[in-house]
Ligand binder design. Sequence first.
Ligand code: NOJ
Length: 536
Amino acid sequence: MLSKYRWWRDAVIYQVYVRSFLDSTGDGVGDLAGVRAGLPYLKKLGVDGIWLSPFYPSPQHDHGYDVADYRDVDPLFGDLAEFDLLMAAARRLGVKVLLDIVPNHCSSEHPAFRAALDAAPGSAARARFHFADGRGPEGAEPPNNWHAMFGGPAWTRVDDGQWYLHMFTPEQPDWNWRDPEVAADFESTLRFWLDRGVDGFRIDVAAGLFKHPDLPDSDDPEADARTRDSVNPLAWNQPEVHDVWRRWRAVCEEYTARDGRERLLVGEVSVPTAREHALYVRPDELHQAFFFDLLGAPWDADAFRKVISEAMQDIAGTGSTVTWVLNNHDQVRTVTRYGEPATEGSGLGAARARAAALLMLALPGAAYIYQGEELGLPEVVDLPDDVLTDPIFRRTGNRARIRDGCRVPLPWSGQASPFGFTSGVEGAKPWLPQPSYFAEYATDRALADTRSFWHLYRDGLQLRASLPQLGEGELRWLDSAPGVLAFTRGDGVVCAVNFGTAPAPAPVSGSPLLSSGPCPAGVLPGSTAAWWIGDL
Ligand code: NOJ
């Protein structure tokens, strides 16, 4: 009985970055009909569900993380009828669907913000955002010294002289969650999508929402922009946010009580320590929160062991499970991050990325896979400046080239761009150019080659689903050679990763069940991970 309610605890969710997944209209931008067409591919891969990046009406200043209407579909991606078709197809295939909800900020085109601009200082319309008078002569200085995460001041001045707060870009004004209407409106949004059948939400900037009530100056105002992380202790991780997650959890429980289907809240929680992270996943708050420390760890056995141990100790102790992630739409892809030139597909970075995947899939908890990770796509590092669309690039004076290279549209088939990404229209161009070497990574080639990343992920997912030890089974570290991590899961499943480049003795004598590269019995080659079943 219990297991029916706990599907998310060890689920593997595939992140669909909609605009780069599959384009059904030939306009060069992926869409919801494309996602529907790709569902059988994802089912074959063996994931439990998908998380859809924001597809709501938006001027796309931050690719949909600037929402102008939380309860509709942008014509760029389809419409509500297409969304319903996608939900129905996913339901038929048994694939869960999570939406991306963005509660910290909206678009400057959102009607509530337009109304606030039209209203007077001190009005109820302005109270839904953070409007304040400036400092200094004629209020010409911002109300405080905070900088936005994407660079530049966190305040923009409007025509009547007041300023409004935006922790990302000026086109993304922050909601004021101390205004009860904001909370009520978001609850209506949750219900709108839950009524359409979604299985839950990935919550953007889930440690945001509340700011220190006095909006005081910060001792280190540029810390967020410098670290590209939510570290300003006055702007993030305020205690009041936990009440919001309790209320959202109660809404989810209400739906579960009706039909027995448990809805999932998974937060993008970026806070300084695993212990603070654990507060977000207490039993009456979020079900899960991405644990980014694994993604941030260098390719080093001790570093990986430390973050895994901390997560197990602090997060698993809450009754939730750790939510592992190695890639997403904001980060350099593992193949490149772990040390490989982007144009070569079979070197060290690829071997390490394969090993990291097997490690992640062997850990207790849930795992998120970012589209293209299953193809071993490298980061596209040589996009010309004039095609870059990440607001971070422009806001850092064309310096920080961070997030376009992992967002290049997927290659599906063929020898030349658009590699089957766009359909039907002759000469259609993907919204970001695909390099010619994407041909090597196309899904049709990956499916045909049993040595591909795709087969490794598929085999890993199949085994994970069939071995009960890999679900809730306990993790126990084994003694191992320097540079090697080895652990058992539950009774009888062993996983080991060799972070070094020289071969090490394998922890189990027989042949592995699955390995990330060639792995003769008794040996664990460098940059390789393997799973065994058997006695130690
Ligand atoms: C986190 C999202 O992953 C990122 O893409 C976005 O730019 C920021 N939140 C702001 O919404």
